[in-house]
Design a protein around this ligand. Structure first.
Ligand code: GLN
Length: 468
């Protein structure tokens, strides 16, 4: 029996190299767990049929130094893997088969990762609970009456429930960090452009990034090192430097955090995290981010604008679902009306509105200007501190259905996470405690943000905090 509950990429790699078990045996252990538990959790939309063939291929790549060979992972349903269905959690992509493989996925494949399957998500990555998936909700492994978070809820739940050793998610406004926090695992949103978006279905192109879910910070580092790098298929991609001073100095945006609305246990856990960093020799000070209170509003103007543009390509002609109307316009209306869920339609409307002539200046342009102010606020603060620390979410996981009919309450989930996407900086969520509710412990995380291309700082500080 392989003990999956304490397994990390590092440990599995060492065991595979020592020959303690084979890749097949490791993969089988995860498949058994999926069969036993995923009926309740619904992390996966599909488990791939060819996993054993992948395992045999990967076995040949197992060697010291080849850390990812034979590691069983899951990918979010908005990433392409050639020959496999990818639906982005949407009915409009029913039956869509990927014609090529996303660069990030290809890099892992080349390293010998075994892909177990694709995971559930909010439709086109829009949401914070996976309740917007067209294929049912993913449940939190710590309490199945609660959400796993979103939009990458399936990828987070898979890792938390030991249904995969690690997974990939995408983060446009918090979709890796928030579910990582709700599921009690590590989630990294890398610097914008550091991981190629080629083969990732676009939500908000100036915000989107692929990143890993893992059980330790070291594992997140291993995956980031495999994923990163400039890609000829994504002109916005870059090679990150990960170099510069690290003064072990943490800034706390106190004023922003004392506006209320944060769960008392999350506040206590956050304060304990600060104390822990101080005891580890970090210097902690208060900082001012004058425009941060506008970040959520800016995000919910700019993001739908990009969504409305990106989702225009799903017209019922080119991909997936096609409905026959009276004429071409009828085809569009029927296909899009039936193919998209409520949240997707809401954001298409919002985005079309803020981009329409007459409102463009008042909304889109204004938000784009405030985004620039946010960037300069952050640049200023990072000249003095290395890390900005906040809770990842205002509260632990909420009940399924609790916020489903109140989009604004749902959007408030993202209050601490959206800014990193607007500014383009890397951010890491690590588990920082749990709130006891009845008989269950609901995990929550803290978020570490660093300057552009300084993932190295997040990894050092994250490992200092977690121990690995
Ligand atoms: N929850 C946020 C939203 O609904 C973030 C989504 C994401 O990062 N993909 O937009």
């Amino acid at each position: 029996m392989i003990d999956l509950s304490s397994l990390t990429i590092k440990k599995a790699h060492e065991a595979l190299v020592r020959g303690e078990y084979t890749v097949r045996e490791l993969v089988n252990a995860y498949l058994d767990e999926i069969r036993a538990r995923d009926g309740d959790i619904h992390a996966y939309l599909e488990v791939y049929e060819d996993v054993m063939a992948q395992a045999d291929e990967a076995q040949k790549k197992v060697s010291a130094g080849n850390l990812l060979a034979g590691i069983p992972m899951a990918i979010k349903d908005n990433m392409l893997l050639e020959g496999k269905v990818a639906t982005s959690g949407s009915k409009i992509l029913t039956g869509y088969v990927a014609p090529y493989t996303a660069t990030a996925v290809q890099k892992l494949k080349d390293a010998g990762v075994v892909f177990l399957g694709r995971t559930n998500m909010d439709e086109f990555a829009m949401g914070s609970s996976t309740e917007n998936s067209a294929f049912g909700v993913t449940k939190n492994p710590h309490d199945t009456s609660r959400v796993a978070g979103g939009s990458s809820g399936g990828s987070a739940a898979a890792v938390a429930a030991h249904l995969a050793l690690a997974s990939l998610g995408s983060d446009t406004g918090g979709s890796i960090r928030q579910p990582a926090s709700h599921c009690g695992i590590v989630g990294l949103k890398p610097t914008y452009g550091s991981v190629s978006r080629h083969g990732l279905m676009a939500m908000g192109s100036s915000l989107d990034i692929i990143g890993p879910f893992t059980r330790t910070v070291s594992d997140a580092e291993t995956l980031f090192n495999a994923l990163k790098g400039k890609d000829r298929y994504d002109s916005t991609s870059i090679d990150v430097s990960m170099a510069g001073p690290f003064r072990k100095k943490i800034g706390i945006p106190r004023r922003f955090l004392t506006n209320g609305g944060i769960d008392a246990d999350v506040v206590a856990g956050f304060e304990a995290a600060i104390a822990r960093y101080q005891s580890l020799g970090y210097e902690v000070c208060d900082i001012e981010l004058p425009h941060i209170e506008y970040a959520l509003a800016v995000y919910y103007v700019l993001m739908p604008a990009e969504v409305s543009t990106n989702l225009a390509r799903f017209d019922g002609m080119r991909y997936g679902l096609h409905k026959e109307g009276m004429d071409l316009m009828g085809d569009y209306l029927l296909s899009r009306g039936e193919g998209f869920g409520r949240e997707a339609r809401r954001r298409i409307m919002l985005g079309s509105y803020v981009l329409s002539s007459g409102y463009y200046d008042a909304y889109y342009n204004k938000a784009a200007s405030v985004r620039e102010l946010l960037k300069s606020d952050f640049a200023k603060v990072f000249s003095d501190v290395d890390i900005i620390l906040t809770p990842t979410t205002p509260a632990p996981a909420f009940k399924i259905g609790e916020k489903a009919s109140d989009p604004v309450a749902m959007y408030l989930e993202d209050i601490f996470t959206v800014t990193a996407n607007l500014v383009g900086i890397p951010a890491l969520s690590v588990p920082a405690g749990a709130k006891k509710v009845g008989n269950t412990q609901l995990p929550f995380g803290i978020q570490l943000m660093a300057s552009h291309e300084r993932e190295d700082i997040l990894f050092s500080a994250g490992k200092d905090f977690m121990g690995e």
